[in-house]
Design a binder for this molecule. Structure first.
Ligand code: PCA
Length: 327
């Protein structure tokens, strides 16, 4: 080693040393979140971060990176698992192909209102936590989306109106649903929805009024049918090793802040839903407070098919969740 590289090494060691000292003073984490500013799931994440910082008196600070700038939806879980980022917020049901337990909240017509969705979450949470724990991931909290409803460029009155329609899917369950509707599923990120509509890649979708407002759906879809087919959730997960490395008091502070975030998320979702639907109408969409009867019936039957399919994939664990949910 020449003198110059020795000098460089010494300088590096010095920097590292300083880094360790400052890390003891304050741990800095990053959190990747999916949604844009203005989305309440992002707001809950930011409040969670502020809450943790306050509760740990600045010992742990969490920087929230919104709008999927760090990782896209399909990459988030792996990024947290491998420690590329400490914390991630992601749609739980995007993991449906990995394990059907993750997509129980996306079985149409199983839980269509917040009360039922909360019961379903209570019944399924331990199984979700157990799966994540096996992969070195800890679940912190989950936030519900508003109920999922239909957006379309053209009016819908019967199930045949979906036939051949290019229909956006955002997880395995919505792909399957589109197929059963007779539509053609196309996977599109939420951020790319406006462009996909305007270029004719899709002409219909099922999502929440929150995502409708985020994407300004009135610019590209005229009709909204408030089917309320299911209530999916985003969950916030943390790399277990990073978590365990925190002082015990900070670990507890994170868990307490997570519990508060969970409570807030469900309250905000419920409080905002009707306002979000009203925003769609105010901007000129034709909002139907329910699906036309034949469409409601069509979804009912799709729900039955998908429930049966889900149960056969999810096995005894799945049955136990449904039993706990129904009791
Ligand atoms: N919005 C997300 C998932 C569910 C929702 O309401 C999306 O459309 O991608």
């Amino acid at each position: 080693m020449n003198n110059l590289s020795r000098l460089a090494m010494a300088a590096m060691a010095c920097t590292l040393g300083l880094h360790v000292v400052s890390a003891q003073a304050a741990e800095r984490w990053n959190m990747t979140t999916e949604n844009p500013e203005g989305n309440y799931i992002t707001a809950v994440a930011k409040e969670f971060s502020a809450d943790v910082e306050k509760a740990t008196a600045g010992e742990l600070s969490i920087r929230v990176h919104a709008n999927s700038v760090l990782f896209k939806r399909p990459e988030v879980k792996r990024a947290v698992q491998t420690g590329q980022v400490q914390l991630g917020d992601v749609l739980m049901s995007v993991l449906g192909n990995e394990d059907p337990i993750y997509e129980v909240d996306s079985v149409p017509f199983l839980a269509r209102n917040y009360g039922d969705a909360q019961k379903l979450w209570k019944a399924s949470r331990p199984a979700v936590e157990a799966r994540l724990a096996k992969q070195g991931i800890k679940l912190l909290y989950a936030t519900p989306w508003p109920p999922q409803s239909i957006y379309s460029k053209t009016p819908i009155s019967v199930m045949e109106d979906f036939k051949g329609m290019k229909f956006r899917a955002y997880n395995p369950a919505t792909s399957r649903m589109a197929e059963l509707m007779g539509a053609v599923p196309t996977v599109i990120n939420a951020g790319e929805v406006p462009q996909a509509f305007s270029t004719g890649i899709i002409s219909g979708m099922i999502t929440s009024p929150m995502t409708g407002v985020d994407t300004q759906a009135w610019d590209f879809a005229k009709y909204y049918y408030d089917v309320k087919a299911f209530i999916p959730k985003n969950f916030v997960i943390v790399n277990e090793r990073s978590f365990k490395r925190l002082p015990e008091a900070s670990q507890q502070a994170v868990l307490d802040a997570a519990a508060r975030a969970e409570q807030r998320g469900w309250e905000i979702a419920e409080a905002q839903t009707s306002k979000l639907v009203a925003t769609l109408a105010e901007n000129g969409m034709q909002v139907d407070p329910a699906a036309p009867a034949p469409v409601e019936a069509g979804f009912q039957s799709i729900g039955q098919t998908m429930s049966a399919e889900w149960l056969s994939k999810a096995g005894a664990d799945g049955q136990a969740i449904i039993d706990a949910y129904k009791n």
